[in-house]
Design a protein around this ligand. Structure first.
Ligand code: ADP
Ligand code: MG
Length: 413
């Protein structure tokens, strides 16, 4: 595990988010490890966070290249609203001197500049007067003539970047086809293995959300069809222990628990064994999975509901990173939502509304008769087709079966 574990409290305390979205976690982990990266993520995916969070955590100032003054000022406002020490150096700013002094004093997390400025030798000299944490190149497709918005000034950035070879580079864009991506990486000196390409869709994951009747039996049957490694998320330490024991007994497979109450050595050993195994199942609280890179997880199961669609997406997203067919199955009960709603009463009022909205959105996904993937992707601002053919609702046509089932019950009553 890397420094990504330390990112979670910052995510919560500084940005107010419960979890990463999509592949933010992967990008942040790379940057925290000092590895240069091109992140291609859809608009609204939250690309800003992937440099702002490392900017807060890493020593020194993060220099952000952004093509438009209006964009920079938007970013500046929202960063400052989160208490991040940020400034812009543009022709529209009157506080140049203060900004320069703050930078030299190491009192800035973020410094936004336009590419014209960044490419000037005098600016390079200025930058060498204090430590740098990261170069973030926003709208990085502008560097490529293949991209849809080529800016010659972006071409000149390389001189600045190469003057600080030890500072990692994070290039960000929402739109880059294959040719543009390759060009951006070559232009900015990002290694070939530095690409994180993220639409929200994970087509190899089959989603299913089912009523829970007997979770041990339901999980046993899931595991019978999936001999590969899997993660089962349960709500409490006690349930984790109990499920791990019962599943091991029922399936004869290697099943281990993971939660914060375990002896640290046992916990680390269970995690290491899981990462190395081609068949182990780990039963865990949501604490499990942060910063773990295991590409061949064949299923993720939830016993009980997660906290939000974002949480669900992040946790299920740990399945099938290798692109092979994988399953995400949630076993829920109506009581789960009742319990979660009761817990809202204890939350302070400022957060209650947003938490309730998150819970409602999740309930929408759980209760829908529509394509699960479509609901999920729409939640993240995408415009997916109405049917994916790879979720329980698409495969089992619940609209039809539910009605016949209901009719049968009514008739036999
Ligand atoms: P992009 O630059 O990729 O288009 P932004 O960085 O502007 O996206 O972020 C889009 C929105 O998503 C912002 O309102 C931001 O606060 C929100 N956001 C970012 N990360 C998260 C997260 N982990 N959880 C919830 N909301 C997030
Ligand atoms: Mg953006």
């Amino acid at each position: 595990m890397s420094s990504i574990a330390g990112a979670f409290p910052v995510l919560k305390d500084v940005f107010g988010f419960d979890g990463f979205r999509g592949r933010q976690e992967e990008v942040v982990a790379r940057v925290l490890d000092g590895r240069s990266t091109l992140a291609v993520m859809p608009t609204g995916a939250g690309k800003s966070l992937t440099y702002q969070l490392p900017a807060v955590m890493r020593e020194g100032t993060c220099v952000v290249i952004s093509p438009l003054i209006a964009l920079m000022h938007d970013q500046l406002r929202s960063a400052r609203a989160n208490g991040i020490r940020a400034a812009t150096l543009t022709s529209a700013d009157a506080d140049w001197r203060e900004t320069q002094e703050a930078f030299r004093a190491g009192a800035l997390d973020l410094l936004y500049v336009a590419p014209e400025r960044a490419s000037q030798p005098a600016f390079r000299e200025f930058l060498s007067s204090a430590p740098l944490s990261l170069f973030a190149i926003d709208e990085a497709h502008c560097v490529s003539e293949w991209g849809h918005d080529f800016r010659p000034d972006y071409r000149l950035l390389r001189g600045m970047l190469d003057a600080f070879p030890q500072v990692p580079r994070l290039a960000l864009t929402a739109t880059a086809d294959k040719q543009t991506r390759a060009d951006v990486m070559a232009q900015l000196g990002i290694p070939e293995d530095g690409l994180v390409l993220a639409g929200f869709d994970r087509p190899n994951i089959r989603y299913a959300i089912r009523h829970r009747d007997n979770p041990v039996r339901q999980l046993t049957s899931l595991m019978a069809g999936e001999p590969g490694p899997g993660i089962v998320y349960a709500q409490t330490r006690r349930k984790v222990e109990e499920l791990a024991e019962k599943l091991a007994a029922a399936t004869g497979r290697s099943v281990r628990p993971y939660h914060a109450g375990l002896d640290p050595e046992v916990r680390a050993a269970n995690q290491a064994a899981f990462v190395a195994s081609e068949e182990m199942v780990i039963v865990a609280t949501v604490a499990f999975g942060m910063g773990i890179d295991k590409p061949d997880v064949r299923f993720v199961a939830h016993v009980g509901v997660p906290k939000s669609i974002e949480g669900y997406y992040q946790e299920t997203g740990r399945a099938g990173r290798d692109g092979d067919p994988s399953q995400a199955v949630m076993f829920w009960g109506a009581g789960d939502f009742a319990t979660a709603r009761q817990r809202l009463a204890e939350v302070d009022e400022a957060r209650r509304n947003s938490e309730r909205a998150r819970l409602d959105a999740l309930a929408g996904l759980v209760e829908t008769a529509e394509c699960r993937r479509a609901v999920l992707l729409r939640h993240f601002g995408e415009h997916p087709p109405a049917s994916c053919g790879n979720c329980d609702n698409c495969l089992e046509q619940p609209g039809v079966t539910d009605v016949t089932e209901l009719a049968r019950k009514l008739l036999s009553a």
